[in-house]
Design a protein around this ligand. Structure first.
Ligand code: ZN
Length: 323
């Protein structure tokens, strides 16, 4: 048995980071049902939607309906992504339906322009106003910094620049900063070093890791972050999500893959893994294509007694070349 370890907090971001990257728009009723299923898995943090312009992200045009209709237990912190002042005004029409907002910008100038059509300095000024207003409304604020580990347009992103942005967001009132590897450029050694420094620079703030599995290194990066002391992650059920750059990129780390790794290592999450897997299975059924999640293919780890074969798992006759 692994030693008992610290509780790890996970924010499920699939209904936002995932659904917004699906080529087809998922029916509102199906979104509501998936959100309600997720909210009953033991997840304590759930990003339900975003308040971006419907003409820019039509996949989330029904965000207000989903937020209004989904029945979510009180012990789940509901967050919404807010891009700017106007997004916050729209969100505040449903103020009683959520407790947290996520504001975001990119660590690189080019990605920020591509993503929100502002310079980093303009974004920071705008977000400071958003955070101030949100705090007056009693909302908890998370700042998400995209392409924090590398930018598909500019390449290397100096950690000092990322931390300087984080410090501005903290000074404005963010209680949590998430660092996004938006296009999957990070590697575990980089992640370990990055968070080692981040904890020194940003003491007292909750630091969250948000990895995409674009190049298959999502879980390795999550492990490196965990070793560096990170106890807060964002992930997406089914490995939904992605980013338009590079084209065809796969999604966020699958929440169920991350939860499985954490549980196998002895880190509790309070999440019911089979229930979470049911959510991913349902998303896969609705979308009608295989999703990237490894647990969806392989199922949870089952430890059998010595000598016993797991039921239903037999090698094909004559197959001896497996290593
Ligand atoms: Zn993401």
């Amino acid at each position: 048995m692994p030693a008992a370890q610290d509780l790890v907090r996970i924010r499920e971001v699939g209904p936002r980071d995932g659904f917004q990257n699906e080529p087809e728009v998922i029916d509102t009723a199906d979104k509501v049902r998936l959100v309600e299923m997720l909210a009953r898995t033991g997840l304590r943090r759930l990003e339900v939607t975003s308040f971006v312009r419907a003409d820019v992200i039509p996949q989330l045009a029904d965000g207000p309906e989903v937020l209004r209709e989904a029945e979510i237990p009180d012990d789940v912190a509901v967050s919404v992504l807010v891009p700017n002042e106007r997004g916050l005004d729209d969100a505040l029409a449903l103020r009683e339906r959520f407790s947290d907002i996520n504001v975001f910008l990119s660590a690189s100038e080019t990605h920020n322009r591509e993503n929100v059509n502002r310079s980093v300095a303009e974004s920071l000024t705008g977000l400071e106003a958003v955070i101030a207003q949100a705090r007056e409304e009693g909302l908890r604020c998370e700042g998400v910094i995209s392409v924090a580990f590398g930018c598909p347009y500019e390449g290397e992103v100096p950690p000092a620049a990322v931390f300087a942005i984080a410090e501005r967001l903290v000074a404005a009132g963010c209680e949590e900063i998430a660092f996004g590897d938006t296009t999957g450029m990070a590697n575990p050694a980089q992640v370990r070093e990055f968070f080692g420094e981040a904890f020194e620079r940003l003491g007292g703030v909750e630091l969250t890791a948000h990895f995409h599995n674009t190049r298959g290194q999502g879980l390795a990066n999550a492990f490196a972050a965990l070793e560096a002391g990170v106890r807060s992650f964002e992930a997406s059920f089914g490995e939904l999500g992605g980013c338009p750059v590079p084209r065809g990129a796969t999604g966020n780390v699958a929440t169920e893959d991350l939860v499985s790794m954490l549980h196998e290592m002895g880190h509790p999450t309070e999440i019911d893994l089979p229930a979470l897997l049911d959510c991913a299975r349902e998303a896969q059924r609705l979308l009608g294509r295989p999703l990237g999640s490894h647990l969806l293919s392989a199922g949870p780890v089952v430890w059998h007694g010595r000598g016993a074969s797991p039921p239903g798992l037999t090698f094909p006759t004559g197959c001896t070349g497996n290593t």
